[in-house]
Design a protein around this ligand. Structure first.
Ligand SMILES: [Zn+2]
Length: 490
């Protein structure tokens, strides 16, 4: 997920045949939808045009951004492999997510399998009589060692379904067919089909699509205008737009959102008719959060987070920055965009701090440690989880605020956290096409502040009670520790 995710790659129409390690091969998928049985019927036409005795196909066991092993192959059944005459060919299962297939002399194999799709989390697929959400990690296999190969996918869409939305651009002249330049891009491009509302527009030189499964109240809500403001404000922070087109997929009632390369997929409140302003702001904050992730984690990223190993956990001590600081920016973006008042911005951050205070675990686990160990605790509901762990979503935004204030104070207001985001984006993503390691990250923090920020690193690396007033008071902010509310000093 590094420099390869650029506008240029999206503009290219690549053939789905590749040459890697001197071996030519092509992969073409067709997906037929069983809307009654809730299966995705997948067929892969694999062709190796150079002599090769076998091929190992792999399915990811996790999805980037959703830091838990979901074991997607558990939803797979009825695997078969045949030659071009329809005769069965030999295959063996290899580990929990590999299928090794003996290739016929002509190198052509047809692989079929079915995926049961009835999971309602943002990293999993689901299908029913009305709609389908395709999370590609749990549907498509890549060839071991050839993750960088292009791949073509054609969907057979029920004739009464009118809308198909994804970040991938469709192949010209071919209905419901998409070619991805590689599997990292494919896995980062979820797809929604059904009869959802589609709203397309151009904004500041780029194409946008809103795909809304439950649009009741959408027009009156002014959401499109709000989204445009979120985009303008967020892109102004980093001052570069790393895509040609962006697709916002917001689905029905449910929980969670997941960031993608040039799209986001979220479950929502189920309509645009919110009970109060707080609910509305939470919804806008979710939208801004997933949008800002296209910078913070997709392009401004810890070095471990791409290119991905889809077979196993990918450990990094920096998720507190990728997630927690994105929570800080969701509040900042809404305020700078004129969508939330200053008080509302601080309330969004305070809301997270209140949650953090409920975790006795902050005496036992640091932000750094919870980042590294997230693979053990994602969606954790063990009886003692609040006693022994913390949550980087809750503590992270408060640390983002004091980091921002300290950078401003130490640099005599010449720099802010925005400068850190730009520096990391330009130095690592743009110039080197890679992420940064932990030492490079803290070096950049010191550089932007123009002084040592080791006291902030101490707060991140150790389980401590944070002396918030030390940082908030000089900035004219008051923390009410009874209600855990930050307010500007008037
Ligand atoms: Zn996030």
């Amino acid at each position: 997920m590094k420099h390869i995710f650029t506008l240029i790659l999206f503009a290219l129409v690549l053939p789905s045949t590749t040459v890697a390690n001197g071996i030519h091969s092509s992969m073409r998928y067709t997906v037929d939808l069983d809307t009654v049985g809730k299966y995705l019927n997948v067929e892969l036409e694999y062709t190796s045009t150079a002599p090769s005795p076998e091929v190992l196909l792999k399915m990811p066991v996790w999805a980037p951004g959703y830091y838990m092993i979901q074991n997607f192959p558990k939803h797979l059944c009825d695997f078969t492999a045949t030659d071009s005459e329809g005769r069965s060919i030999k295959w063996t299962k290899e580990g929990k997510n590999g299928w090794r297939i003996v290739l016929p002399d002509n190198g052509k194999a047809k692989v079929r399998y079915r995926i049961f799709a009835d999971e309602y989390d943002v990293a999993s697929s689901r299908i029913d009589s009305k709609a389908a959400f395709i999370a590609p990690n749990g549907v498509f296999m890549y060839e071991e060692g050839k993750k960088d190969s292009p791949v073509t996918i054609s969907y057979t869409v029920p004739s009464n379904w009118k809308s198909v939305s994804t970040g991938l651009l469709p192949d010209k002249g071919k209905l419901h067919t998409y070619t991805s330049p590689n599997f990292d891009v494919l896995y980062d491009s979820p797809l929604l089909m059904g009869n959802h509302l589609v709203k397309k527009f151009r904004h500041e030189g780029h194409d946008y699509e809103l795909a809304l499964e439950t649009p009741d109240g959408f027009e009156e809500s002014g959401f499109e205008d709000c989204f445009r403001k979120i985009v303008s404000t967020a892109t102004q922070i980093v001052q570069d737009v790393p895509y040609s087109n962006y697709t916002l997929i917001h689905m029905g009632k449910g929980l969670g959102g997941l960031e993608h390369l040039n799209s986001q997929a979220c479950y929502t409140d189920g309509s645009f008719r919110f009970n109060d302003r707080s609910e509305w702001l939470n919804y806008l904050a979710l939208t801004a959060h997933e949008y800002f992730h296209l910078y913070n984690v997709k392009t401004i990223r810890p070095i471990e987070l791409g290119p991905f190993d889809y077979d196993r956990e990918v450990f990094t001590p920096l998720l507190w920055f990728s997630e927690g600081i994105t929570c800080y920016y969701e509040a900042q973006i809404l305020h700078r965009a004129g969508l939330a008042t200053e008080e509302e911005m601080y309330e969004l951050i305070s809301k997270y701090m209140r949650m953090d205070e409920r975790y006795e675990g902050h005496h036992h686990q640091s932000l750094r440690q919870t980042s590294y160990d997230i693979w053990l605790t994602f969606l954790n509901e063990d009886k003692n989880y609040k006693d022994v762990t913390i949550n980087y979503y809750f503590r992270g935004p408060a640390v983002g605020l004091i980091m921002d204030l300290e950078i401003q104070r130490l640099s005599n207001k010449k720099h802010s956290l925005d400068d850190l985001m730009r520096l990391l984006y330009n130095r690592y993503h743009k110039a080197q096409g890679r992420g940064f390691n932990e030492e490079e990250f803290w070096t950049a923090v010191d550089e932007v502040a123009g002084a040592s920020m080791s006291h902030i690193r101490y707060i991140v690396d150790n389980p401590v009670d944070i002396d918030y007033e030390k940082y908030l008071t000089p900035a004219g902010l008051i923390l009410d520790r009874n209600t855990w509310t930050i307010k500007p000093h008037n």
